[in-house]
Every structure is written in structure tokens, then in C-alpha cells.
Design a protein around this ligand. Structure first.
Ligand SMILES: Nc1ncnc2c1ncn2[C@@H]1O[C@H](COP(=O)(O)OP(=O)(O)OP(=O)(O)O)[C@@H](O)[C@H]1O
Length: 575
């Protein structure tokens, strides 16, 4: 956790302020029992009303000042802790933003959300606690003991017995509670995961009537977390009465032995009253310290999880020496590329070599799981190759700054993603400087103009979260318009026409032809009709290229291609 506290640097002055106010408040609190003793001895016992009012006034003043200090300390410590929370959240977010897909695969989204929200809140809460108690608890414990000792030496023996007993009980309880606290975060991760899947997959869940199964999954995770909290609270329930018992027994012993000492004339009533209060202050401060030691490991677990995110360096970073002078505009070349996902036994792509040129359409076809999307993902450098190289305009993608590389590419992913906001804003994601006319033109090419115009508000129509208020085909067309408005050198369509009917598919491809005349177009498709007239068709099978050429060439030479074609087209269409 200390590692995270390096982010507290901008708050140094405020932290010093917190420590100062807490110290003043604690000193005030320690002074009050002495004043109480004085009021009894010098005022009440002597029947001196003036003295009572005098000391009483001073007590009010000290208590009032204590309240002001406490309010100030609370205010400043809250500011520091929430400030730390803000810094941590933005650091985590920035780090996650820099992750390549490998790191996303490694963590999973549910835990990244818990780490950015819940774990940071843990750190925030404990930081306030630490700032308040780190100073006040030791001062109270030590100062209280000295002052109590000065009031009556032999009576301190009671404390010498009570404090170790209290410490022992708290240690036993803490040792049981800390492991339970440590697993809370993991259980919250689980709930987040189930909840996320349930919410994003609600249509499938309804369609397949798996509500019961999902409810059970959520209930299991929920009951598991509740069970954990119940265990914690059971221990807490045992802790409070035990501690109160020890504290009350201590008070009783002090009053008992103090009474004996008073009757023997060795102590006065004022000293006994002060001593009792000091004893309580000492014990409460020890309890607070114990609570801190219980809470810190929980925050420590959160800190470890946050540090894991912050310390995970993205595997894909810009090279120290990057190149941005290119020998062309849109050449994509794979040279003997082999790639495996982390932890996979077999490479997803093996010895892939081909060249896609500007002004040409290169299509990739193959059965599901053949490696088509994987191949596409290597072009914008979402993953790095194991061996071989992917070159854009003669430069290895690993040597091109990622921003420059991705500016060259207009990617339409397999699963169209829309963000909440207007249709125009969604298209503008492709090019933030696009004019209204450019957006309309892109929509026209993507065959989206008509349906957009028919919507309430047209281009200002609001897309709901996750794009649920547009159809699958509409989503795909908006996603295509987004790529077009970018005017990239390289277009990549990853199975982006699958949700379109044949007529719209054909119209869109015809309109695209003019738009992409000078660009390199790479199309992944399941439908042969979509790619039949491509300049080059690459046939992938189990991660290898098993055929490359035009439709007619492949019909003659490539068995796998023929098989795909025969399974989809009628004989007239083939001819
Ligand atoms: N993130 C990942 N981590 C591990 N393995 C993966 C990952 N993504 C894909 N794979 C595996 O890599 C292989 C190729 O997957 P890919 O998505 O490239 O196939 P595809 O040809 O695009 O299939 P489809 O047409 O069904 O989309 C598959 O065996 C798949 O299980």
C-alpha cells in the first residue's frame, strides 16, 4: 500500500495539516481528564463555585478547540483520501487504456472494473483511518499511560494486567478476521462477472429460458459473499462484548482498588476520576489501533490488486526508434508470420505470407476458427507476431508508432460496437474532424443514409447503451460508415457484411468500390458471393494458407475453396 502512497505527494501540505490538527485534538483530549480531576478536587470538594466555573470554562474551551481540530482534520483527511482515489482511478484507467489485447485477455473485464472502483474505495477508506489514527492512537496510549502513572503509581498495575489481556483477545480475533477480509474482493469480482454477463447477455438468457440458471449463479455468488460477511460479523459480534467486558472489568478494578487507596488516604477523588478516564482513553486508543491493523490487510489486498494493474506493462509499446517514412500508401505484407495466443498449445496462424496492394481487394475466407480474425488483428498490431513480420508500406508494424499505424487503417470489426451518443457522434469516432457533409456521404456509401433519415432526429438520433435500439444490420452499416469517414489507406472488413441482406450487401460493395478505389481493401467473409470478384482470395484452414488466387484460379486449384463454394452457391452462380 505504501507504494500507492507515492501518489499523495501533491497533498503533502494537507497531510501535515491533518497530523497537526489530530495532534492538537489528542493533546486536548488528554488534558480534559486532568481538568476533570481539578474540578473535583479544587471545586466540588472545596465547594468553590468560582473554581468550578473557571475550570469548567477552560474545559469547554479545550473541548471546543478539540471539536474545531477534529472537524478540520476530517475535512482535510477526506480531501486527501478522495484526491488519492481520483488519482488512482485515473492512473488505473490510463494504464488499462494502454493495454494490448493480451493484457485484457489476462485480467478479464470484471476484475478490472472492481479494481478501478471497489478496490480504490477500500484504499480511500483506510487512508482516512490511517491519517486519523496513526498519530492520535500512539499519543493517547503513551501520553495517557504517563499521565495515569503520574496520578497514581500503584493503580497503574491494573492497566499492566488489563492491556495485555485486551491485546491478546484482539490479536486472536484479528487473526481470524484478516483472512476473511482478504477474500472479500475476489468474491466481489465474481459477483461483478456474473452480473455483467447477465446484463449483456439478457436477450440470450431470456430466449433460452436460462433465467433460473443465471439466478442460481448470481445467488451462489451473492450467498458466498454474504456468508463471508456473516462470518466477519459473527466474529465482530463476539469481539464487542468481550472488549466491553474487559473494559468494564478494568473500570471496576480501578474503582475498587482506587476506593481502597482513597479510604487509606493515599489517593484523592479527583485523581481517581482522572485515572479512570485515562484508562478508558488508553484502551480505546488500543482498540482503534487494532481496528486499523484489521482493516489495513484488507486494503493491502486491494492495493496489491491495484499495483498488479499499474505494474503490468503493456506488451505492445512503441519502439524506441520508430519509422514514419513509408515506401507507399497502403501496402500490407505478411512475411512468414506465425502467431500463437498466450497459453495456446498450437499457433493460431502458421507461416502466413501474402501481399495486399492499394487499389485491390484481398479477401480472406475459411471455416470458423480458421484464424481469419486473428490475421486481421495483427495488422493494427493488436497482437505481436511470434515470428516473421507484418509490414505496412515496407515498414514492420513494430517499428511504426501505434497512432500513425492506426491512422492508416479503417477497421470494421466482426462485432459492430456502438457507443451511447448520437448517430453522428458514433460515425465521427472514425474521424473527429469530419464535416457534416462527410458524415452524410459516409452514411450514403454505407447504405445507412435512408434508415438514419427515417429515424427520429436523423443523425441526432440517440443510440442507447450498447446500441440496442438499432438492428444488427444497421449497426454494421454505421460501423462501416465510421471506417469510411476516416478515409484510410487500408480498409479492413472483418465479416462486416454478414448481417446485411444480399441486395444491400451488393449495393454497399458497389458504392464502396468507388470510395476505396485507391485504398487497400481486406475483406474477411463467410459468404462466397461477397468476395467472388476480389482480386485475390486467401483461403485459410487451421491457421495455414491453403490457397491463394482469384475465384476462377482457386476453383481449379484449391479443394478447400471448392468445398466452401459448393456448400454455398448454386451451379449457375458458380458458373
Ligand atoms: N483471445 C484469444 N485467446 C486465445 N485463443 C483465441 C483467442 N481468439 C481466438 N482464439 C483461437 O484462435 C483460433 C482462430 O480464431 P479466429 O477468431 O481468428 O477465427 P476466425 O477464422 O475468425 O473464426 P470465425 O469465422 O468464427 O470468426 C481459434 O481456435 C480460437 O479459438
Amino acid at each position: 500500500m505504501l507504494k500507492l502512497y507515492r501518489f499523495l505527494k501533491p497533498y503533502t501540505a494537507m497531510i501535515i495539516g491533518v497530523f497537526l490538527f489530530v495532534t492538537l485534538q489528542t493533546l486536548g483530549d488528554l488534558y480534559l481528564p486532568t481538568l476533570m480531576g481539578d474540578i473535583i478536587n479544587k471545586g466540588v470538594m472545596q465547594g468553590d463555585t468560582k473554581k468550578i466555573l473557571q475550570i469548567g470554562g477552560l474545559m469547554l474551551l479545550v473541548a471546543g478547540a478539540g471539536v474545531v481540530c477534529s472537524v478540520m482534520a476530517s475535512l482535510l483527511s477526506s480531501k486527501v483520501a478522495t484526491g488519492l482515489g481520483t488519482i488512482l482511478r485515473s492512473r488505473i484507467f490510463n494504464r488499462i487504456e494502454s493495454y494490448s489485447l493480451n493484457e485484457f485477455d489476462k485480467f478479464g473485464t470484471a476484475t478490472l472494473i472492481t479494481r478501478t472502483t471497489n478496490d480504490v474505495t477500500q484504499i480511500q477508506t483506510v487512508t482516512i483511518m490511517i491519517m486519523r489514527l496513526m498519530i492520535s492512537a500512539p499519543i493517547t496510549a503513551v501520553g495517557g499511560t504517563i499521565l495515569a502513572y503520574r496520578k497514581d503509581r500503584p493503580l497503574t498495575l491494573v492497566l499492566a494486567v488489563a492491556i495485555p489481556v485486551l491485546a491478546g483477545v484482539v490479536a486472536i480475533i484479528a487473526s481470524r478476521m484478516i483472512p476473511l477480509f482478504k477474500v472479500v474482493q475476489l468474491k466481489i469480482d465474481r459477483i461483478n462477472l456474473v452480473l455483467r454477463e447477465k446484463l449483456t447477455g439478457v436477450r440470450v438468457i431470456r430466449a433460452f429460458n436460462t433465467d433460473e440458471r443465471e439466478r442460481k449463479r448470481f445467488n451462489d455468488a451473492n450467498v458466498d459473499l454474504t456468508g463471508n460477511y456473516i462470518k466477519v460479523n459473527r466474529i465482530m459480534a463476539f469481539m464487542m462484548p468481550s472488549i466491553m467486558l474487559i473494559m468494564n472489568l478494568t473500570s471496576l478494578s480501578i474503582l475498587w482498588f482506587g476506593g481502597i487507596r482513597i479510604s487509606e488516604g493515599n489517593m484523592d477523588l479527583g485523581a481517581l476520576s482522572s485515572f479512570t478516564q485515562y484508562a478508558m482513553q488508553i484502551m480505546i486508543s488500543m482498540l482503534m489501533l487494532a481496528m486499523m491493523f484489521i482493516m489495513v490487510p484488507r486494503a493491502q489486498a486491494a492495493a496489491v490488486r491495484i499495483n498488479e494493474v499499474l505494474d503490468t506493462k503493456p506488451e505492445i509499446v512503441d519502439a524506441e526508434r520508430t519509422k514514419d517514412s513509408f515506401e507507399g500508401k497502403g501496402y500490407v505484407e505478411f512475411r512468414d508470420v506465425t502467431f500463437s495466443y498466450h497459453g495456446a498449445e498450437e499457433p493460431a496462424l502458421k507461416n502466413i505470407s501474402f501481399l495486399a496492394k492499394p487499389g485491390e481487394v484481398t479477401a480472406i475466407i475459411g471455416s470458423t476458427g480458421a484464424g481469419k480474425s486473428t490475421l486481421i488483428n495483427l495488422i493494427p498490431r493488436f497482437y505481436d507476431v511470434d515470428s516473421g513480420s507484418v509490414l505496412i508500406d515496407g515498414v514492420d508494424v513494430r517499428e511504426i508508432p501505434q497512432e500513425v499505424l492506426r491512422k492508416k487503417i479503417g477497421l470494421v470489426p466482426q462485432k459492430a460496437v456502438l457507443f451511447s451518443g448520437t448517430i453522428a457522434e458514433n460515425i465521427r469516432v472514425g474521424n473527429k474532424d469530419a464535416s457534416e457533409d462527410e458524415i452524410k456521404h459516409a452514411a450514403k456509401v454505407a447504405q445507412a443514409f435512408e434508415f438514419i433519415e427515417n429515424m427520429d432526429g436523423g443523425f441526432d438520433h440517440e443510440i442507447s447503451e450498447g446500441g440496442t435500439n438499432v438492428s444488427g444490420g444497421q449497426k454494421q452499416r454505421l460501423s462501416i460508415a465510421r471506417a469510411i469517414v476516416r478515409k484510410p489507406e487500408i480498409y479492413i472488413f472483418d465479416d462486416s457484411f454478414s448481417a446485411l441482406d444480399f441486395k444491400t450487401d451488393a449495393k454497399l460493395r458497389a458504392a464502396l468500390k468507388n470510395e476505396t478505389a485507391e485504398s487497400t481493401v481486406i475483406i474477411v467473409a463467410q459468404r462466397v458471393s461477397t468476395i467472388m470478384d476480389a482480386d485475390r482470395i486467401i483461403v485459410l484452414d487451421e491457421g495455414r494458407i491453403v490457397g491463394m488466387g482469384t475465384h476462377s484460379e482457386l476453383m481449379k486449384e484449391c479443394g478447400v475453396y471448392r468445398e466452401i463454394v459448393f456448400s454455398q452457391l448454386s451451379e449457375e452462380e458458380i458458373a
